[in-house]
Design a binder for this molecule. Structure first.
Ligand code: ADP
Ligand code: MG
Length: 409
């Protein structure tokens, strides 16, 4: 078979910024005061542990969301946003923004401005905004954090406000958690703000500390292939919440999972029976044990993987990626046939490691591959998807890039 391979378009941040500026001029018939970008991300390892005081190792993508903006005298936010074939337009008064309002796409934007104002970073002042995004929406590459973070840095610059990146990250999280009402543990916002060229970011969610880890795939003759499975994932929301309820509950009873050796969560399971009412006591105990096992093993695995990366042992790092995927698939049960197919196909074609990345139930997977094998593996994945009658996947080579920044146009 030789199915057509769909590549996610890649272009420079300056081009994205020029596009946003052009859109601003066409929409508001005047020039913006500036243009800001923020990237999507992939997480190399450390999945579903950001809400459990774990460790993650994401890097920021070269693909960004760009916003051209100008401040207003009132509290109105006017937004035009283009992503792919979709053009969205709305107006929101910041005085109306708060928990669950507006709980739609504009909530990520006005929620960020509202949360920054609540934190005393910027005044409650409106903007005209034009946005374009090269981060595919809902593909597990964190278009939501890219959107929040470019708006956050734009608002700060335009109000001549300075704030620590951690403060900005918190405001972005509030927009997503409280205003839109979507769950997020904070990984995406941190990397979108703190990314650096050629580096991954080791984040320790116990104290929110982080440090840069050189991530030079070129030097090893390797690359990270990212595959957006394009799989439908309607179930994702409730599934995230149910996993989280178990981990939050067990942590509350026994303390942070990271510190518990030989933890047996049976007692918690007995006191908190299966909320769906489908599993009997023994089956539910087994399920809770598996959920805890994922979080505990993933935290330990990520700590090891960071060391493997630092000493340049890329095969060991690849093995850790595969072990992470198996744990997410079997113990945490957040994978899906499409994600498993990317991983299995990449491994069969000689990848050093592969895993789902992001929340799961669709979204994207990554593979650590020899540079010479990029085309071959992308082709094999496209063929396997066609054979299985899955939707067409989209692929890109993921390049570790800088975090949110202003771009001169
Ligand atoms: P991901 O962050 O992995 O892309 P999410 O479900 O967290 O997936 O966020 C996707 C949602 O974020 C979209 O459905 C849309 O509501 C919103 N969004 C992201 N980027 C944009 C954008 N540039 N313009 C408008 N809405 C956006
Ligand atoms: Mg998101």
């Amino acid at each position: 078979m030789n199915t057509h391979v769909h590549w996610i378009p890649t272009r420079s941040r300056t081009e994205a910024a020029e596009d946003a500026t052009e859109l601003f001029r066409n929409t508001y018939n005047t020039n913006p005061a500036g243009c800001w970008v923020a990237p999507g991300r992939v997480n190399l390892i450390g999945e579903h542990v950001d809400y459990a005081q774990g460790i993650s190792l994401p890097f920021a993508l070269s693909q960004v969301t760009a916003v051209a903006a100008a401040p207003r005298e009132d509290t109105l936010v006017r937004i035009t946003s283009i992503s792919g074939d979709n053009t969205l337009q709305t107006e929101v008064d910041l005085k109306d923004v708060g928990p669950k309002n507006p709980a739609n796409w504009s909530g990520y934007i006005v929620g960020t401005i509202w949360a920054l104002a609540e934190a005393g970073v910027v005044p409650l002042r409106g903007y005209d905004m034009a946005l374009v995004s090269d981060v595919p929406l809902g593909a597990g590459l964190s278009s939501s954090a890219a959107l929040e973070c470019c708006v956050a840095v734009a608002a700060c610059d335009l109000q001549e406000a300075t704030a620590e990146k951690d403060i900005l990250a918190k405001a972005c999280m509030r927009a997503e958690n409280e205003v839109v009402g979507a769950s997020t543990g904070g990984l995406d916002q941190q990397i979108s703000l703190k990314g650096e060229d050629g580096h991954a970011l080791a984040i320790d969610f116990r104290d929110n500390s982080s440090y840069q880890v050189p991530f030079d795939m070129e030097g090893h003759g390797l690359a990270i292939l990212v595959v957006d499975t394009n799989a439908p994932h309607e179930l994702a929301d409730g599934q995230y919440a149910s996993r989280r309820a178990v981990i939050d509950g067990v942590s509350e009873k026994f303390g942070p999972l990271r510190d518990q050796e030989n933890l047996n969560p049976d007692q918690w399971a007995d006191e908190n029976p299966d909320p769906s009412g489908t599993l009997d006591a023994e089956a539910w105990r087994k399920k809770v044990r598996a959920r805890v096992a994922h979080v505990q093993s993933e935290i330990a695995r990520t700590a090891n993987a960071i060391e493997e990366l630092k000493r340049g042992d890329m095969q060991a790092f690849g093995n850790s990626m595969c072990a992470s995927h198996a744990s997410l698939r079997d113990d945490y049960e957040v994978s899906c046939p499409e994600l498993n197919m990317v991983v299995d196909t990449a491994m069969a074609q000689g990848a050093l490691g592969a895993r789902m990345t992001g929340g799961g139930f669709g979204g994207s997977a990554i593979a650590l591959v020899k540079k010479a094998d990029i085309e071959k593996i992308a082709q094999a994945i496209a063929d396997a998807f066609a054979e299985a009658n899955f939707r067409d996947p989209r692929v890109a080579v993921a390049i570790p890039a800088a975090g949110a920044q202003r771009v001169e146009v």
